[in-house]
Write a protein that binds this ligand. Structure first.
Ligand code: AMP
Ligand code: ZN
Length: 492
């Protein structure tokens, strides 16, 4: 039986501001959309916090036996410098400053993003669609919104009519914003006089001559508004009504509020059943953000090359650090906090590594079944990873007592403990066993050294030594392969 049938998962829904029982649109399946990065620069550790949490949501849903379609987009056009439709396109600006093509910017930072995800042990989403790959669908959605009378064209640009939408009673449904506040708080920006009302937002923007990222449309050569791509791509891959939509808190308004307005106008239905928002990662008590320069890059963690850091840390320690906090709370980053996480992570992994060495006893001094239930209860309570981790440490305590022969488990309980620990530590939280990871790095280093010595032996025509190195490595299961680019190896 699938685990989801016996687990009552509750999800905090930002729409209702309460925990609700999770009931997917289609039984046994989950459709989840998470707003992805705008690839105009490197993702920072704050972005990683948000994506990491949704990676754990994805992992837990898979663990429960759901068939999950997880869509996380790449924003490669349309995101302007200012969220109020102002300024240059972020990617086009970077391209102009660096004198390269916008698509070179996109490629560079998409590759960087994927490297980070790989280093930090993320599962790839089911679909990773791009805004530029869905221009046709975006134009179609604009036409649909115009046909319904909720958008208007001025001088080649198309705007969503927020005042009219407000009359449907749905404006501010997610963010709690009132239209009156929006009117008072929205400045009329340069070049925004086209809008009938300052709180309207762009669905299509006419490109000026300098704007190189442009596509033909019925209204002008231009580009889509930032909010549109997510409405279009979520509908295309998950349908008009799907289960979970996620992102950081800072996206609630205007981005997600505008997404709801667009999708709801087209389909007449609320597009998302559960809206989930992560809280911010702070550095020096301020939100970590690219725009203010107050950030750390995930790769700097691995090398320790940032003045904020006392040393380098393993990616799994950062995972542990993030998941020790509830995703709806702010989290303060500091090198000291990472060092504390490193200790905790070390203790956890030490116990997990010892599991295979434990021998079963004739009786159990620990109730594994109750403990297992509590682990699931923590995750079923809106993915409460800090509580789950505290339960994992109860198991660590027992494992250490068994080590000192002060506790014991029967064969059956021992198996259950191992299975549950491995499932939560590796499959659900996505932590990595740094002991083996660290030692495999060392093995790789030693093999590289032997390859270098063998090369020198061959240059000295010392064939006997060269063959000895190759053969003895082979006996250890390490095969050297000589090729045009040099010698590579594989470990069996
Ligand atoms: P962006 O590329 O700026 O659109 O951001 C990608 C994701 O990271 C969004 O879901 C943001 O809400 C999220 N995010 C940005 N800054 C932080 C932060 N300091 N802490 C947590 N999440 C963040
Ligand atoms: Zn989005």
């Amino acid at each position: 039986m699938e685990l989801y049938k016996e687990n009552q998962l509750k999800v905090y829904n930002s729409l209702s501001k309460s925990k609700e029982l999770f009931k997917p649109v289609i039984e046994g399946r989950v459709g989840m959309y998470v707003c992805g990065p705008t690839v105009y620069s490197n993702a920072h550790l704050g972005n990683v916090r948000t994506f990491m949490f949704f990676d754990v949501v994805y992992r837990y849903m898979l663990h429960l036996g759901y068939k999950v379609r997880y869509v996380r987009n790449i924003t490669d056009a349309g995101h302007l410098e200012n969220d109020a439709d102002e300024g240059e396109d972020r990617i086009a600006k970077k391209a102009r400053l660096e004198e390269i093509e916008p698509m070179e910017v996109v490629q560079r930072y998409t590759v960087d993003f994927h490297d980070v995800l790989k280093n930090y042990n993320f599962l790839p989403p089911s679909i990773e669609p791009t805004a530029t790959g869905h221009i046709v669908e975006q134009i179609e959605m604009i036409k649909e919104i115009m046909d319904k009378g909720f958008a208007y064209e001025v001088n080649g640009s198309v705007y969503f009519d927020v005042l009219k939408y407000n009359k449907t009673g749905n404006y501010g449904i997610l963010s709690g914003r009132k239209i009156e506040d929006a009117i008072h708080n929205t400045r009329t920006l340069d070049g925004q006089s086209d809008k009938r009302n300052p709180q309207d937002f762009a669905l299509w923007k006419k490109a000026d001559e300098r704007h190189i990222m442009r596509w033909p449309s019925p209204w002008s050569d231009g580009f889509p508004g930032w909010h549109l791509e997510c409405s279009v791509m979520s509908k295309k891959y998950l349908g008009e009504q799907f289960d979970i939509h996620g992102g950081g808190m800072d996206l609630k308004f205007p981005h997600h509020e505008c997404e709801i307005a667009q999708s709801q106008t087209c389909s007449g239905k609320a597009p998302v059943n559960y809206w989930m928002h992560t809280n911010m990662l702070l550095l020096n008590s301020q939100k970590m953000a690219k725009s203010t320069g107050n950030y750390i890059l995930p790769n700097e963690i691995l090398t320790g090359e940032n003045d904020v850091l006392s040393k380098a840390f393993m990616p799994s320690v950062v995972r542990f650090f993030n998941l020790q906090a509830n995703y709806r709370s702010i989290l303060d980053f500091s090198s000291d906090a990472l060092e504390a996480s490193e200790k905790g992570h070390g203790k956890l992994m030490d116990a997990v590594n010892y599991l295979d060495k434990i021998e079963a006893g004739s009786e159990s001094t620990f109730n594994v079944q109750d403990w297992k239930k509590e682990c699931y209860a923590a995750m079923n309570d809106d993915f409460n990873t800090p509580i789950l981790i505290s339960h994992l440490f109860e198991a660590v305590k027992i494992i250490n007592l068994i080590r000192e022969q002060k506790a014991s488990l029967t064969e059956e309980d021992l198996l259950e403990l191992k299975k549950t620990m491995n499932a939560f530590v590796f499959d659900v939280l996505g932590l990595m066993n740094e002991v083996t990871q660290g030692s495999s790095d060392k093995v790789n280093g030693v093999v590289e050294l032997l390859i270098k010595l063998r090369k020198e032996a061959r240059e000295n025509k010392d064939w006997a030594l060269s063959d000895q190195i190759r053969d003895e490595l082979l006996e250890l299961g390490i095969q050297l392969k000589d090729g045009r680019e040099g010698t590579s190896f594989s470990i069996n």
